[in-house]
Design a protein around this ligand. Sequence first.
Ligand code: ZN
Length: 158
Amino acid sequence: MTEISQIASRTVSPPGPSGSRRSCPVSELKDRLRRVGLRPTRQRISLGWLLFGKGDRHITAELLFEEAMRARVPVSLATVYNTLHQFTDVGLLRQLAVDGSKSYFDTNTTEHHHFFLEGEEELMDVPVDISVGDLPEAPVGMEIARVDVIVRLRRKAS
Ligand SMILES: [Zn+2]
């Protein structure tokens, strides 16, 4: 899959109206990076392409690294980590700590909650709104920034 670098180096036209998003995803991605203050380097574009080119998804650094390897994007796992955290810092991704050892990154940064299928490490969006009642008062001088609900699932024994 060398088409990533080919596409990234092709001369691209300026972004059209919002309806033409699919026609030039690389220039769209470059604009998106610039808008949040990140220089659109080749690595950021390649990783951004893998991350954002397939609709909303949840991915770990390790999985993205594997995808990058398969797509022959020359990056290290450390670069993948750094890039994911940079994207998170500027609001392009939302980080979800599902279990202690692993962070998932969500390309959908709007407020929503998750199902997590234990043992299969699969994270899914909860398709409906969840109302979270009776939240505790935030400690003095603090406010609640966000509530993340992770509903843990397991397969029924049959
Ligand atoms: Zn999600």
